[in-house]
Design a binder for this molecule. Structure first.
Ligand SMILES: Cc1cc2nc3c(=O)[nH]c(=O)nc-3n(C[C@H](O)[C@H](O)[C@H](O)COP(=O)(O)O)c2cc1C
Length: 266
């Protein structure tokens, strides 16, 4: 059986959900292994795999820094390798999947499949963006589940599909990446801050941070300036003491997609 190796970065569980469901369907034709990306080196496993999946959420229509770093660290291993690029997003990203796909192709990767999946919003401290919980998630998860089934069937049938690589998607992506989410703007607008009056120094945010950006120092949460913008800490803080984008900490936190729907249906 051919070997499929899937790597994902997921701040709040959406991309993990999509990766796991997709891999479950793909296990009909592949021996599948999934890994959450970390600092670990996977060069040898990638070299042995027949096909490699890279899954991530889009941030301003672009891949998160940890996923870009992962690809760069494994650029020699992906040369000549067939790739599946999976991007999760709330509304649109234009060329979210293609923006990592193009980087992979620069290193000699062969992007045979690329797809975007709509998932719930996880930016919880911006009043303009509603956070859904419980059954309200189903409206988004149900069509996404179906799209996952269709995408898996295409991969199993070997029918290539490259979402986001056409000129229109590229233009939309360019607009979002440059106009809406310029790097210096990102730093200005998205600085993690902790409400000292609410924080109880429980360390939940420190333990949850996927890039070890946070530490508890002298009774205060300190950020080392390498935030991945993943929103995990903002959504996990039991005191709702953290904010990143909005003026105030969230009223409702994003709890991630649940398997409630599937459990109910079975
Ligand atoms: C910093 C940030 C920027 C985002 N930018 C976009 C975007 O440009 N377009 C979009 O549709 N969704 C955007 N989203 C929403 C996420 O891509 C979406 O909720 C994703 O599925 C979260 O995945 P995760 O739970 O695996 O981290 C953004 C989320 C964050 C935290």
């Amino acid at each position: 059986m051919k070997r499929l190796l899937a790597f994902y970065f997921s701040g709040t569980g959406n991309t993990r959900y999509v990766t796991q469901l997709l891999c479950r369907h793909l296990s009909a034709g592949y021996e599948v292994q999934t890994h959450e990306i970390s600092g670990a080196n996977h060069t040898e496993e990638i070299q042995k795999a027949d096909i490699v999946m890279l899954a991530f959420p889009v941030y301003g229509s672009a891949p998160p820094q940890p996923m870009r770093d992962f690809l760069y660290a494994h650029r020699r291993a992906v040369a000549g390798k067939e790739l599946i690029i999976v991007a999760t997003q709330y509304l649109f990203s234009g060329d979210g999947a293609a923006s990592l796909g193009r980087a992979a192709e620069k290193y000699g990767g062969i992007v045979s499949y690329a797809e975007h999946f709509r998932m719930p919003n996880n930016i919880s401290d911006c009043p303009m963006l509603a956070v859904r919980t419980g059954e309200a998630l189903w409206d988004i998860l149900t069509p996404t589940d179906r799209k996952i089934v269709r995408f898996a069937a295409r991969i199993l049938a070997g029918k290539k599909q490259r979402r986001g690589f056409n000129p229109v998607s590229r233009a939309v992506g360019y607009f979002s990446q440059r106009a809406l989410f310029r790097k210096h703007e990102q730093e200005k607008r998205m600085r993690l801050s902790v409400d000292a009056a609410r924080c109880i120094q429980c360390g939940a945010c420190v333990r949850a941070c996927p890039v070890n950006n946070l530490s508890l120092c002298g009774g205060e949460i300190k950020a080392a300036g390498k935030c991945a913008l993943c929103y995990r800490c903002v959504n996990l803080c039991p005191q709702k003491a953290l904010k990143l984008f909005g003026k105030n900490p969230p009223k409702v936190q994003y709890a991630g997609p649940t398997y409630m729907k599937n459990e109910k249906n079975t």
